[in-house]
Design a protein around this ligand. Sequence first.
Ligand SMILES: Cc1cc2nc3c(=O)[nH]c(=O)nc-3n(C[C@H](O)[C@H](O)[C@H](O)COP(=O)(O)OP(=O)(O)OC[C@H]3O[C@@H](n4cnc5c(N)ncnc54)[C@H](O)[C@@H]3O)c2cc1C
Length: 315
Amino acid sequence: MSTILVFVEHKAGAARRASLETLGAAHATGLKVVAFVTGAGAADVAPKLGAAGAAEVVVVTGADSYSPDGCAADAVALIQSSGAKAFLCANTSAGKDLLARVAGALDCVPFADCVELKLQGAAFVVRRPVLAGKATITVQSNSPVLCATLRPNTFAAATAGGSAAVSSVATKGGKVLVTSVAAKADAKLDVKEAPIVVSGGRGLREAPHFKLVEDLAAAFGNAAVGASRAVVDAGWRPHSEQVGQTGKTVSPQLYFAVGISGAIQHLAGMRTSKVIVAINKDAAAPIFKVADFGIVGDAFEVLPVLTEAIKKARS
Ligand SMILES: Cc1cc2nc3c(=O)[nH]c(=O)nc-3n(C[C@H](O)[C@H](O)[C@H](O)COP(=O)(O)OP(=O)(O)OC[C@H]3O[C@@H](n4cnc5c(N)ncnc54)[C@H](O)[C@@H]3O)c2cc1C
């Protein structure tokens, strides 16, 4: 049976949700799934991955400090030793970096940010956005190894359960080592992984008014705050919250665009959200063309009412 190798990212003893979704997508093909984990705490995460669809898990040892090129070398070695026909990771910063390195080393075409993965006969077929998200293309990989990243919040994590055989292999080592990570003090949800994103734009007029957006996000309890580039450029919000072509691509269950016009570059980062709600006082704003629900109104009046309603519904 053909094998798919999946790179699993983890934090604080748990696999990242985007990686579990990637495992789920690999599992859904019916092929054998081999997961590999690296870095400090990898051995704690490994036994949990059988339940997420892995048949085998390889723990890379000697790599407590992350090395981008070392991890790529480990992935290539595992692909070669397992005869894997596909290499998948989540479309995160680390996943994108790894995709380029692994595809380059194997002389295969990289397919980034895929929103669909299936097998047609023996060939892998993926669907991915092009033209800043205005269209998607379906492409068949004729490379010896499909190298792809999968968009977070798009595939279902496997729930079937099961256990995986865990083995270990020593890292090949790399030339670059990440020696420390300066994490943000707050433990805010990342827009890429949050199931709900509440984004604000220039319509909020000034930075302190983002409190209204934060309040709505807090009312949901599991929402992240996002922003348009206009407000990031203005210094109202950090770049880590920017959604769009030059920010992050998100695909949450529910996306709010508050005071955001809906420029093509913003749509590129959020148009695959499952449900889009636009709040804008201009009924002709382009955001309404992609919205499932629209409120034509003043954000300063709508947001407090909406926040109270969500709080009441959840209490
Ligand atoms: C190469 C390139 C890359 C880019 N990348 C990105 C990107 O990654 N992400 C991104 O977002 N943009 C990006 N942009 C910028 C993009 O083109 C837009 O300029 C930007 O998205 C506009 O932000 P905005 O919608 O917040 O502001 P505006 O376009 O100014 O829209 C503000 C909206 O708020 C509404 N409004 C005003 N007052 C209220 C109120 N009281 N209540 C409700 N609504 C109100 C207005 O009707 C308007 O629709 C990029 C541009 C370029 C050229």
